[in-house]
Ligand binder design. Structure first.
Ligand code: NAD
Length: 396
């Protein structure tokens, strides 16, 4: 994948009935007007990309929630920022920690502090007088970034996670949620674009993504050891490609849906789009509101083993490009750059355990979520003058 993820020659059969692609694409060739009308239909119900009302999986009445002091690390980042908003909307008292402020709007947190959590004293300070911790802080990015910065990523993240776990334990935190990743899954299970969806046990025997994946897998173990040695309550979520508005869309740390949306927005109709790899690599993508909902549900559950949180809607990068082009109403020719990293050949989530444990699973269809995301990125590019610049360049 590029900072972008996976597109394909033939469409794969969806592994689960919720795949949007056969309905929307029908055949390999997209019909933009058909897709747009479907998009509009989906969008009728999505005026607000923020999260729908939570239906009762976190314990307690509102006054109990306000007494629950929740720490979100990585609160200046994409998922952390959305999570803080949701926790505040649900009535919790929230502290956000990051090394940077949120990029696109102020944090909703009651308290927001800039602290580098690689440092022990900062981890202690961050976790003081709190009840729960969502530990989302991490050095991470798209495939270009995580395949280039193995030592930095592994070192930075192990420092954050080891310090956060110990500081949280010493400060009497009741529950600690660690954000792991589908990058922990064994590479030898992901060599085929038509991949068998990954069950939680497929992370072993270990063969994770170099650097980033090894660190996540080790921290999963560390959470287990804290439970074993100290009875410290840990929850471990394995995210599969989260996307949505208010996420990074340029600079090298962006992921496939954001990178593709930016490129499509800046491209001239009937122009070109550069795609990393041959575009046949496949992934599944989860919309941000589902991600946040799943996080709250997992935290409230008694499940202490790693749990997938993603969708089972498998698409290739080429298909992802086609969907975004259809949303934008543009016809672009793909230029595949085989010299760029693309990650594993295929990766999909098996949500059997997720459904069983949380009695729920992500519901937002890819086309719905992409539509909101694309238009948000387009608007940001408009605001910054980048869109006008690109148009002027194209017509010069
Ligand atoms: P993000 O990069 O937007 O957010 C991570 C935040 O951590 C950033 O704001 C960053 O500044 C902060 N951070 C980095 N180093 C820090 C430090 N030393 N001290 C304090 N804060 C620090 O990423 P995200 O997409 O919001 O991801 C959140 C978590 O979910 C991460 O742990 C990531 O590894 C995991 N994850 C995300 C995805 C995804 O698709 N977004 C997939 C798998 C796993």
């Amino acid at each position: 994948m590029q900072n972008e993820g996976p597109a394909t020659a033939g469409l794969r059969q969806p592994t689960q009935p919720n795949s949007v692609l056969p309905e929307v694409l029908g055949s390999h060739a997209l019909n933009p007007s058909q897709t747009l009308s479907l998009t509009n239909h989906f969008l009728a119900g999505i005026n607000n990309f923020l999260i729908p009302t939570f239906t009762g999986t976190t314990e307690g009445a509102p006054h109990m929630k306000s007494a629950t002091r929740v720490l979100v690390t990585g609160a200046g980042g994409f998922i952390g920022h959305h999570l803080v908003k949701r926790l505040k909307a649900d009535g919790y008292w929230v502290r956000g920690i990051d090394i940077k402020e949120p990029e696109f709007e102020p944090s909703a947190a009651d308290e927001f502090e800039l602290l580098d959590l690689r440092l022990w004293n900062n981890a202690l300070q961050a976790t003081s007088h709190m009840t729960q911790v969502y530990n989302l802080a991490a050095d991470m990015g798209g495939i270009g970034y995580i395949t280039a910065k193995l030592a930095d990523i592994a070192r930075n993240n192990i420092l954050i996670n080891a310090h956060m776990l110990e500081a949280a334990r010493l400060n009497g935190i009741q529950r600690f949620l660690f954000s792991s990743s589908a990058c922990v899954y064994a590479g030898y299970k992901q060599n085929d674009a038509n991949v068998t969806p990954l069950k939680e046990e497929d992370a072993h025997p270990a063969d994770p993504e170099e650097g980033y994946g090894w660190e996540k897998l080790f921290t999963e173990k560390l959470c287990r050891y804290y439970l074993h040695d100290f009875g410290f309550e840990t929850r471990v979520v394995r995210f599969h490609n989260v996307y949505g508005p208010l996420g990074t869309y340029e600079g090298g740390k962006e992921k496939a849906p954001a990178a593709i949306s930016r490129k499509v927005a800046l491209a001239d109709d009937k122009g070109y789009i550069d795609v990393w790899g041959d575009g046949e690599q496949t992934r599944s993508f989860m919309y941000i509101s589902d991600c946040v909902e799943g996080l709250l549900r997992l935290m409230a559950s008694d499940h202490r083993e790693p749990l997938n949180l993603g969708t089972e809607e498998l698409v290739s990068v080429n298909e992802l490009v086609d969907l975004v082009c259809a949303i934008a109403g543009k016809r672009l020719t793909k230029r595949h750059d085989l010299s760029r990293p693309q990650g594993v050949r295929g990766r999909n989530s098996d949500n059997s355990r997720l459904r069983n444990v949380l009695r729920w699973e992500p519901k937002t269809r890819l086309l719905e979520g992409l539509d909101v995301t694309y238009h948000w990125i387009e608007k940001e590019l408009q605001k910054s003058g980048r869109l006008a610049e690109a148009l002027a360049y194209a017509s010069a």
